[in-house]
Write a protein that binds this ligand. Structure first.
Ligand code: ASP
Length: 584
């Protein structure tokens, strides 16, 4: 053994012991007669001390030859430290070293391996193995590990069985594009990497494994967006003989357990809200309910006064910002600029100041008398001192823009406290979504989601109105998971594929195996998948999932450390029957 203890282990009570430690040289401080080394490993930092007057000259020479990140083994005696460091757990002791071996030298690292490093993102990603030595990054991975263990502990305790499903599969349409893998043996044919194990977990239900889970990598070839990873991890789960209530309770239990065991936080009641309510009150299907500022519709109240923007609008809707009537012209202009940014795309913003003196002043005074404004204010339960912000236009676009404004105000006013957690189930999502471009319906969740029982009859007459037996869990405005009760009847599944514009033959080609399985005694079932990386980021108090992935891809989907994706050789291309593709 190259060590008797780790660098995070020794305490005052160990004084006098002879120990051997191994690790990386974080820092050498050479004050002439005295030299100190901070020796680091995964567990912490221990100070080594060399007193030149009492130490062998050859050893001192060796110490002076050390550089940052050298790997060494040091043997010596634990002693009480003269000036203690209460910032580290080993801060009361140091090691008087009489024996030191260099196990390996190191080049000077391209950035400092410290909590606050001087390395930029790109450089740290290129040398991610060095970045991973830094305590904050290591802590994130430790958190991830703990979350994994606690997930397994909870689900195992509930009789869930962890089953691995294949990674080389056939395409499952879940909204995104598949990554495909060419087959060498079967010319012209391809595997797809799973966007999720959806069909496999349903087949496991048919097989009678009535409680399944898997912490599993999923792959989606989606357009690049900040903090989106082409491969990510889900806690994927499925249960048989359950209804929606059972699923919500079981998986609310998982989240509760994770918060309790990992963070010692009781998240309290998990609220519930329908999709329609979420859209009406927050303009968003993943509302942050840590703060109010709910939407209030005033479409009818605004009509017929000659203000073209409101008159022609499908929706006129506002929020009441408590106590902000004193916002200056400049501040209001900034809010207007914010909603006009191309990412939000609104045409403008109307405001009403409910002044402390009880008068109402608006940016549309030309069209509306104070009595009109009073009616709006009453509907919105605004009081003197409040600021009303109103947007108008086509329903969805207006909701989405006002939702962005609400979140911005939430940030500006510090209403989105990172230390506070509010979990919410959003229920009764629409089953289908109309896509203008392709002029057909898409499954809002995925094609295996069951309509609610009471909506089944609408499937033929008005499919767009059908509500699904689907649910999302949202924490602090982040969608952390989603799932549904599934279709388990061949006929209904067929009907669903029809609604989605599949011909019978297309459905059979792609999903014949699932529909056939439904004919061999498929139990009623349903499930959920949590986005594991996102949960970790939420628990770690960060917006970036990358910080919680050991070897992430960058924002353009590249791994800059191993340099991937990359071209392959002509021989490989030929073997894969892809030689028509020009190699770079
Ligand atoms: N497979 C779904 C997803 O990845 C989750 C589910 O329905 O269980 O979003």
């Amino acid at each position: 053994m190259l060590r008797t203890h780790t660098c995070g282990q020794l305490r005052l009570a160990d004084s006098g012991k002879r120990v051997t430690l191994s690790g990386w040289v974080q820092r050498v401080r050479d004050k002439g007669g005295m030299i100190w080394i901070d020796l680091r490993d995964r567990y912490g930092i221990t100070q080594l001390i060399f007193d030149e007057s009492k130490t062998d000259a050859a050893l001192i020479e060796k110490v002076r030859s050390l550089g940052r990140e050298y790997v060494i083994t040091a043997g010596g005696i634990v002693v009480e430290r003269f000036s203690k460091n209460d910032k580290i757990a080993t801060g009361e002791i140091e090691i008087v070293v009489d024996d030191l071996q260099v196990l390996n030298a190191s080049k000077v690292p391209p950035f400092t391996i410290e909590d606050d490093t001087d390395g930029g993102e790109e450089l740290r990603m290129k040398y991610r193995y060095l970045d991973l030595r830094r305590t904050p990054v290591r802590k994130n991975l430790e958190l991830r590990h703990k979350m994994m263990q606690e997930t397994r502990r909870y689900l195992d305790g509930q009789q869930f069985i962890e089953v691995e499903t294949p990674v080389l599969i056939k395409s499952t349409p879940e909204g995104a594009r598949d990554f495909v893998v060419p087959s060498r043996i079967h010319e012209g044919e391809f595997y797809a990497l799973p966007q999720s194990p959806q069909t496999f977990k349903q087949l496991l239900m048919v097989s009678g494994y009535d409680r399944y889970f898997q912490i599993v990598k999923c792959f989606r070839d989606e357009d690049l967006r900040a903090d989106r990873q082409p491969e990510f991890t889900q806690i994927d789960c499925e249960m048989s003989f359950v209804d929606q209530e059972d699923i919500l309770n079981t998986f609310e239990g998982l989240i509760r357990h994770l918060f309790q065991s990992v963070m010692q936080v009781d998240i309290g009641e998990v609220q519930r809200m329908t999709y329609d309510e979420a859209m009406r009150l927050y303009g968003n299907d993943k509302p942050d309910i840590r703060f109010g500022m709910q939407f209030c519709e005033i479409t009818e109240l605004t009509k017929g006064k000659g203000f073209q923007v409101f008159d022609s609008a499908e929706l006129v809707v506002g929020i009441c910002a408590k106590g902000l009537a004193g916002y200056t012209r400049k501040q209001l202009d900034e809010l207007t600029e914010f909603v006009k940014r191309p990412q939000i795309g609104a045409k403008g913003l109307v405001y009403v100041r409910y002044q402390e003196d009880g008068n109402l002043k608006s940016s549309v005074d030309k069209f509306y008398a104070e009595d009109d404004l009073k009616k709006w204010a009453a509907t919105m339960q605004a009081e003197p001192g409040d600021l009303i912000l109103i947007m108008a236009g086509e329903t969805r676009a207006t909701q989405s823009a006002l939702s962005e404004l609400r979140l911005k105000l939430g940030n500006d006013l510090n209403l989105r406290d990172r230390k506070q957690y509010k979990a919410l189930w959003v229920l009764d999502f629409p089953l289908l979504e109309w896509d203008e471009e392709s002029q057909r319906f898409h499954a809002m969740h995925h094609p295996f989601t069951s309509p609610r029982k009471d909506q089944m009859h609408l499937l033929d007459s008005d499919p767009g109105a059908v509500k699904a037996n689907a649910y999302d869990m949202v924490i602090n405005g982040v969608e952390v998971g989603g799932g549904s009760i599934r279709i388990y009847d061949r006929g209904i599944q067929q009907k669903m594929f029809n609604c989605l514009g599949f011909t019978e033959e297309e459905a059979r080609n792609q999903f014949g195996f699932l529909m056939e399985a439904f004919e061999y005694g498929a139990p009623p079932h349903g499930g959920i998948a949590y986005g594991f990386d996102r949960l970790c980021a939420l628990f770690g108090g960060s917006d970036s999932i990358r910080d919680f992935i050991a070897f992430p891809k960058n924002n353009s989907g590249r791994d800059v450390m191993i340099d991937s994706p990359s071209p392959i050789s002509n021989e490989q291309l030929k073997e894969l029957h892809l030689d028509v593709v020009k190699s770079k």
